[in-house]
Every structure is written in C-alpha cells, then in structure tokens.
Ligand binder design. Structure first.
Ligand code: NAD
Length: 426
C-alpha cells in the first residue's frame, strides 16, 4: 500500500477501531473538505510559456483554519496532497494547536527554474489560491523545496490581491517580514525534543551511546542532525537525494558539511577534517560513500528518515538494524513496513508527533502576527519544548495504557481532540 492517501485512510481505520470513533466523525475525516487544482502558466526567461499543475487540499477545519505546507516537487499530485493534508489534521491535533489540516504544492522541479521564474510561478500560484486562503481560512507554510523567500512572495502577492498586507496568511516568512525567530530550525529541533522526551522509555542508553543516521539533508534533516550532535548523540551518516557519507567515528562539524554541500551541490564526498572537506579525507576518517537508500540499513541505533514518503517499505523494512526510527519526513513508512518494524521490536516515533515542531512554531508565528508581537528565539524554543514534551507524554501514556504502538497512540490522541471539537460544533 504505497499510495499515501490509501495508507492515511487505513491508519484512520485502525485508530477509529481502537477508539470506537463515532461514525459521523469517521466519515467526515475520510473525505477532504475541499480540493483545488489549478493551472499555473509561467512565462519562462526564454519567453516561452510553460503550464504547471498546482494543488491545495483542505482536509478538515474542525480545530481551526486549514494549515499545512506547500511543496514544489515533480511528484506532487492530488493523492499525495490529500494524504499530507490528512496528516496535518492529525498532527495539529496531536500537538494541540488550533488549526485544521491542509497541504498543497506545484508539480515542478524548482532546480530547473531561475529565481525569476520561481518567483513568477509562486506569484501566479498565489493569485489562483487567493480566494481560498487567508489568515483565518487556510495558512500555507514551507515544505519540500519551498522556503522563507517563497513564503514572502506569497504574503506579498496575497496582499496585492486583497488590498492590504496580511502577514498571517502564510507562516515561515523571513523574520524581518513578520516571520518567527526559530521557525527555520523548529521542525528539526521539535523532533530532537521528542526523541529526548521519549528516550528514557525506549532505551537505557544515553545520547553519547547512541549512533544516528539521517536520510535527507534539507531544512529538517540538517537541523535535526545539528541538534542531536549538540546534545551528544553520535551522528555517523548523512545523505541527500544524490547519496551521502558514512563516518563511523561520528560527524562533529555540521557547518563544514553544510558549506561543502553548498559548494559541491551534493553531500557525497563531503568528508571533512577541520574545515577541509574532500573525498581524499575518506580514508583518514575510515569513511565510505552511501546511496540515499543504503543509509537506512546501517548498523546504527537510530535512523531518521527526513526526505520523502515511502522511504521504508516492505522491501527494506526487514533489513533495518536500528531499534528506533524517528520519522521526520511525512509518511516515510508504508503500512506493511510498519508491521514488519513492530514485529522486529523497532520503536517508531511517528511523523505526526516527531515532525510537529514546524507547525507548532508556525502557530507561534501566526499568533505573533495576530497580536503584533515579536518573541525572541529563547522564548520560542522554550514554548516549543513544552509543546513537544506535552505531546510526547500524551502519546506515550496512551500507548502504554492501551497497549498500542506510538503511531496508533498518536492517532488516538489526535482523534480524541477532534472528537471534542466535533462535539462542540453539533
Ligand atoms: P527540503 O527540500 O529542505 O529537503 C529535502 C531533502 O531530502 C533534501 O536534502 C533532498 O536532497 C533530500 N531527498 C529528496 N529525495 C530524496 C531521496 N529519494 N533520498 C534521500 N534524500 C532525498 O525539505 P524539508 O523541508 O527538509 O522536508 C523534508 C521532509 O520533512 C518532508 O517529508 C516534509 O514534508 C517533512 N516536513 C517538513 C517540515 C518543514 O517545516 N519544512 C515540517 C514537517 C515535515
């Protein structure tokens, strides 16, 4: 079952049975409230016009305005956006922020566009979405291949459409444009807080005794790796879509790796000794090259899928040696793989909990915009820690009291909150 939307429905079904969910809410969550598919014509630098497909799915708004990222990737389609929007409904309920679930994006490989083309695409997509988004209606955010610059173009274009700047229409903006301190790091940091909160319940080992491999070195993967290294975990492998590096002694200078990736355009070959990163250091470090899929099968304690959906499937699940999976990507594990991991005694910290730090700080950004406030980074991180610890504890308690996996428990916690919101509306 590699279709993300079918998997989302199956996950809902399992949790609904555990909880004896009312048929009315179950049926409502099996459908999306609204699906928008638009054409996005863009004048390329050559003068030629190309037309891309754009999507926004609004899954459910029982708990508040729709909220979720926009992704620019060739694989974006309606089924993917539906599943991701559903997971946002669940995630926002788990982490207890007053938002519903939305998601969308454009089927495009942004790496093939110039900056000006990317801006024209974003502005045209925003014009198409303007009637259905808004600070109290649907609030997009960054996701794969989108960032604060793109969010600011959206805020700017939306303002032009409605006649005034409305910062709360989108989160993940640059700080000087009404973004929140700490939003860039928030998803990675939130995952690291979640891991730390659950660690004593999962293993007797301390961070310095645990090795970690991170698949995906974008916004989420790079920050989770950085915080785990700072807190004493031994991060031994990193990868991006073009491969990666395995350094058994542990990676210490993540800044050097980031600079290397920026220079070379890929992680492969980034063997850093001091600030010098080169493939010639591979032997000194006793390192080896990796493919982006090999990384998940390394003999480590923790793997962190932080790239795309379906990274762990029935094909590779039984080869996974780690005993902890911290799901930072959305939907990285298929249903079949989930069963195999559970049978093999692997603890999966599920996506809707582990990566909820991004939307938690998005909520803080939205709140700051609403109240015309600007919080400092320490304050944001403190609030984020509190949110993640509360969510992790609620999920863990539900898991032990019901004798279910952390994933099932996360859905149960989410559905209990949705049920409460639903009962107030009727
Ligand atoms: P990003 O675009 O910044 O980075 C994605 C990374 O994944 C890149 O390093 C890319 O090279 C790598 N990648 C792509 N395909 C790969 C493959 N097949 N194998 C290995 N690596 C591959 O995106 P991001 O914002 O870091 O998002 C990563 C994941 O986290 C996504 O699943 C996203 O939905 C999820 N997520 C992101 C946020 C957020 O705040 N950005 C919040 C919650 C969840």
């Amino acid at each position: 079952m590699n279709n993300p939307w079918e998997r989302a429905l199956a996950q809902l079904q399992r949790a609904a049975e555990t909880l004896s969910l009312t048929a009315a809410l179950h049926k409502r969550l099996q459908e999306t409230d609204r699906m928008i598919e638009v054409s996005v014509p863009v004048e390329m630098d050559s003068g030629e016009t190309k037309v891309f497909r754009g999507y926004r799915v609004q899954h459910n708004n029982l708990c508040g305005p729709y909220k979720g990222g926009l992704r620019y990737h060739p694989q974006v389609d309606l089924d993917e956006a539906k599943a991701l929007a559903f997971w946002m409904t669940m995630k926002n309920a788990v982490v207890d922020v007053p938002f519903g679930g939305g998601k969308g994006g454009v089927a495009v490989d942004p790496k093939t566009l110039s900056e000006k083309e990317l801006e024209r695409l974003t502005r045209e997509f925003t014009r198409k979405l303007a009637p259905v988004i808004g600070a109290h209606l649907d609030v997009p955010a960054p996701d794969v291949n989108t960032n604060s610059t793109i969010m600011n173009w959206i805020a700017d274009e939306y303002g032009l459409q409605v006649g005034e700047r409305v910062p709360g229409v989108v989160t993940g903006k640059p700080v000087r444009e009404g973004g929140s301190e700490g939003r860039t790091e928030a998803t990675g940091l939130g995952g690291a807080y979640t891991l730390l909160a659950l660690l004593p319940q999962i293993t007797k080992k301390t961070p310095s005794e645990l090795t970690v491999a991170v698949q995906g070195f974008g916004n989420v993967g790079s920050h989770v790796a950085r915080f785990l290294i700072d807190w004493g975990f031994k991060v031994v492998a990193l990868s991006d879509s073009r491969g990666g590096v395995y350094i058994p002694g542990g990676i210490t200078d993540i800044d050097a790796i980031e600079r290397c990736k920026e220079e070379k355009g890929k992680l492969a070959g980034c063997y850093c000794v001091g600030s010098v990163c080169d493939v010639s250091n591979r032997e000194v470090l006793n390192g080896r090259d990796l493919s982006s899929t090999d990384i998940l099968e390394l003999p480590v304690d923790i793997i962190v899928p932080a790239a795309l959906e379906n990274a762990i499937t029935a094909d590779n699940a039984s080869r996974i040696k780690a005993k902890i999976v911290l799901e930072m990507a959305n939907g990285p594990t298929t249903l079949e793989a989930d069963t195999i991991l559970a049978q093999n005694g692997v603890t999966v910290i599920p996506d809707i909990l582990a990566n909820a730090g991004g939307v938690a700080v998005s909520y803080f950004e939205w709140l700051q915009n609403e109240r015309h406030e600007a919080w400092n980074k320490d304050d944001v991180f403190e609030k984020l820690k509190d949110k993640m610890e509360k969510a992790a504890n609620a999920v863990y308690t539900s898991s032990t009291s019901r004798g279910i996996t952390l994933r099932q428990a996360a859905y149960v916690v989410a559905l209990e909150r949705l049920l409460e919101a639903f009962s107030k509306k009727i």
